[in-house]
Structure formats: structure tokens, C-alpha cells
Design a protein around this ligand. Sequence first.
Ligand code: HEC
Ligand code: HEC
Ligand code: HEC
Length: 487
Amino acid sequence: MKAWGRAKAIGTLAAALGMGAVSPLALGQPASAVSATVIPAAAVPLPATASVADADLIRTGQYLATAADCAACHTAQGGKPFAGGYPVNSPMGVIYSTNITPAKQGGIGDYTEADFARAVRSGVRRDGVHLYPAMPYTDYTALTDKDIHALYAYFHTAVAPVDVAAPRTALTFPFNVRASMALWNVLYLHDKRFVPDPSKTDQVNRGAYLVGALEHCAACHTPRDTLMGQSESNALAGSPLGSWYAPNITSDPVSGIGAWSDKDLTQYLRTGSVPGKAQAGGPMAEAIDHSLQYLSDEDSAAIVAYLKQTRPISNGETVSRAAQGQPLSEAAIRGNDANPPRGFQLFSGSCAACHQANGAGLSNGDYPSLFHNTATGSTHPENLIATILFGLHRDAAGKPAYMPAFGPNASFTDRLTDADVADVANYVLTQFGNAHVAVTADDVATVRRGGPPVLLARLGSYAIPALLVIVIAIVLLIGLWRARRKT
Ligand code: HEC
Ligand code: HEC
Ligand code: HEC
């Protein structure tokens, strides 16, 4: 799996379990051809006995599995589709995704539809054991019965069984206490199916379902509170995600995507590239590669319609990240040549061949401009740093995009130290991007490690008792509040 594939799964897990840091090794894995796990719609192998109605149901199930990106986490590098064993590295140990093929041995062949529904929507296995929220059941909980039925039909009849169990997950204490997830669920699992809002159009409701449940955009774009549950009052307002930062995608015209045209948003979700505005790297590139590019035109349009009408949330910026910066003038480039600052030297050696000395890139957008670029215009420099360290790889809409990595995966001669990356990032920020943002070598080291460790991870063995105390406190408070309301 690609480095950012891990970053994504880890992001979800880290966010859910409060684990921040990712081993640099995990992020340093070479890219692999994971796209092979996406099965084109026409190629669904149908059982010989399948009726037309079954075939339609199974095709729907396959579309839903693609939209929900089940393969991304349930297929190991070079492994069979959905056979699990994809390792999510965390400082607490490795969590393996499980085999969800219909094999009786090792897979979920014994699952009834009710068992399947409970695992996907409530995070509880057939044997009653709790899943870690690395499996995004808190988002999938909104899936309708109809969609669960189609997914079940697909997984049970059209996915090839693989009789090998995925490696067992064995975290150390206290994180091996799976029952503690029951406590976490009390706070963060709103075990409810999607209910359309009658005051909204069908299109907006469809978009809400796609964004909230299937595509689980919120899992990455909604900030987390102290216990790493999604903060509903700040839905889609932007969140750190391991090494990356998932930006504000509310309808706010400055902090969010309110000023993007429908065409730009659709193009971004389909291809990951809008020249003069934004490119998708890291976990977002993965979501596009494996899932978003395959959505129907109606579903893409529904997502856009939904995003455009979300409650705008401002993060306080006065200039949108897509509008920051300008090209470097000829005079300034010549001035640099006369008295070269270190960042300029690094930029000339490592970046200018593609992005050009004036930062304008290529006019066809193959090499994007570094001004009017959300990665350099943002108040969060993580995506700029992560792109330099890990590179960028996307393969959507028949147009692959590739930028080499300058971090641990780079060839020895291309490799940049943390101080180098900080210097070149600061040069890019001051010349082309958000000049108010500055990066230190420590910031780069943090991104390299997979992001800052979060509170629960730092609590270590106190995490579970702390969680228990907080849950009890909240339950008591709710009780008190209810009692008051009755009097
Ligand atoms: C972000 C990563 C991720 C995505 C996306 C994901 N899963 Fe999972 N899933 C996991 C992990 C990790 C586990 C194992 C968790 C554990 O052991 O506690 C798991 C466990 C499961 C299980 C429990 C099986 C068992 O008996 O252990 C089922 C069923 C399942 N997933 C189905 C799905 C389906 C269906 C989809 C798509 C709709 C999906 N998953 C998408 C990560 C993911
Ligand atoms: C696995 C995590 C993840 C998921 C799931 C995800 N995103 Fe993203 N998204 C990101 C990250 C990280 C970025 C920043 C990418 C970059 O700049 O290279 C991003 C960028 C974006 C941007 C561009 C914002 C900008 O200013 O450049 C839009 C728009 C967006 N996402 C919309 C969505 C929508 C809509 C969904 C669901 C359909 C979604 N994302 C699902 C992580 C995710
Ligand atoms: C071999 C050509 C090449 C080199 C060298 C290169 N880039 Fe890139 N860069 C690209 C391509 C291609 C993309 C992605 C285009 C796309 O997504 O469509 C990109 C994207 C970016 C982005 C946007 C990332 C995002 O997530 O939005 C930034 C920022 C960036 N490069 C900065 C740099 C810096 C700084 C350097 C030098 C350290 C550098 N690039 C070196 C080709 C290159």
C-alpha cells in the first residue's frame, strides 16, 4: 500500500484511538499498484445461478463498496482483494484489517446479514467482540438497510473467498482491552440510520448521505475533540490527519470551498487537479484513486450540491488559501542569483526544473503553479511539508500525476534533511504562498514521524481509566441535567 494509504488508515485509527505518531518506516513504504484492487464494474463475477435481479443487486453492492472504499483498508499490499492483513502501524502496535471475503475459514462466510450489519454499523464482530474504530463504523452507522443488503449480497456472492485468516491484532495493555471501545462508543457512536431532511432537495440529501456515511469525508475533514471523537459542531471545518491536514471544506467563501465553482469542485473530486487552485496529494489522492473517480455523475453532483449548502465555518483567515501568492518577478529571480539564500539554492536544485524559477509551473497544469495553490496558501503548512517529504502520486481519470519524494524514500543524492525541507518550504511560503506562515526543522520532523502525538496516546496506560472516569462523569451530568429538566 502506498505510504499515504497507510497515512490514511492511520489517520482514521490515530484519530479514533488517539494515537498520533506513525513510525517513519510505515510512511516510507514504496508505492505499489493498489489500483489493481479496484474491480471495474463490468467485471463483477456473477454466480451461474444469479438472476437478473440478483445481478442488479450485486452490481449496486459493488458500487457501494467502491464508494465506501472498503478495498483500501481490507486489501494488503500484493494481497488478494478483501483478504485483509493490511497493517496499520501505530505506536501501540499493529492493527490488521480482517479478511472480509465470504470464506468460512478466515473470512466472514458465517456472517448472516444481521451480523454483517452489526459489524459495519456498530463495530461489533459476530462473536460479540468490539472492533477498533480503525474500521470507520461511526460513519458507516448511517448506512441504510437497503445499502447494507446490497453490500452483503456483493460480499457474499461476488467476492472470491480466500481461506486464509488475516494476522491477529495483538496490541499491548491497555489498548488490547477491546471492551474499552464500548465506553468510547457510548460517547461517539450515534447508532442511527440516515434520515433525509425534508426541507432539503433530494440531491442535497443524497450528497449528505455520500459525504456523511459512504465516502466518510467527515472521518478526515471534521476536527476531533480531546477523546478523538468527531466534533459535530465543527463538521468539515478542517482537521490534522497524521502527516497531512484535511482542509476546511464547509461553504465558507474564505476558509472553506464556498468560492469554488461547481465545475472546479467536481473536477477536483474526479481528477484531483484544478490548475491555479489545488492538487490532491496523500490521503485525498487515495480517496480519489480508489473511490471518488468512480462515482456516477449524479453522485458527484450531489456531493458538490451538499458541500455548497453546508453551514459556513470560518477559521479566521482574510484571504482564501487558493488566492495567496504571486509569481516571482524576473528582477527578484536575478536578485536571488546574485545573493543566493539557502532556500533559493535548494529550490533551484530540487523544485525549479518542474515548478519553474518563477513558481508558475507549466501552463498545461502538469506541473502546478506554487502560488494560487492551496498547499502553499494555507495557514497549515503540513501538506506542503508532506508533499516535499513523501512526494505525490495519483492515478485518476486516466491522467497520472507524480512528484518525486525528497524524504526517506528519495535516492541518496536527492534526500533532504529536516533543516533543508524547512529552508525550501520557507522559501516557497515567502515567495509564492502564505508569507505569514513559517516552518521549523522540528515541524518537519513531526510531519516525518506522522504528526504530533495526541492526548490519549500520551496518557498511555492511564488512557483507559481516564476514559472510564470521563464517561462516568458525562453519564452523571446527563442524569443530573435530565433530573433538573423534570423538576
Ligand atoms: C479506514 C479503513 C477501513 C475501511 C475503509 C473499511 N474497513 Fe472494515 N475494518 C478495518 C479494520 C482495521 C478492521 C479490523 C478492526 C479490528 O480488528 O478491531 C475492520 C473490520 C471489519 C469487519 C469485521 C470482520 C471480522 O470478523 O473481524 C467487517 C465485516 C468489515 N470491516 C467490513 C467492511 C466493509 C464492508 C467496508 C466498506 C463498506 C469496510 N470494512 C471498510 C478497516 C477498514
Ligand atoms: C482519508 C482522508 C480523506 C477523505 C476520506 C477525504 N478527504 Fe478531502 N482531503 C484530505 C486531505 C489530506 C486533503 C489535502 C490534500 C492536499 O492538499 O494534497 C484533502 C483535500 C480536499 C479538498 C481540497 C481542499 C483544498 O483547499 O485544497 C476538497 C474539496 C476535499 N478534500 C473534499 C473531500 C470530500 C468532498 C470528501 C468525501 C467525498 C473527501 N474530501 C474525503 C483528506 C481526505
Ligand atoms: C519532477 C517534477 C517535480 C519536482 C522536481 C517537484 N515537483 Fe512539486 N509537483 C509536481 C507534480 C507533477 C505535482 C502534482 C500535480 C498534480 O497533482 O496534478 C506537484 C505538486 C506540488 C505541490 C502541491 C501539493 C498539494 O498537495 O497540493 C507542491 C506544494 C509542490 N509540488 C512543491 C514542490 C517543491 C517545494 C519541490 C521541491 C522540493 C517540488 N515540488 C519538486 C512535480 C514536481
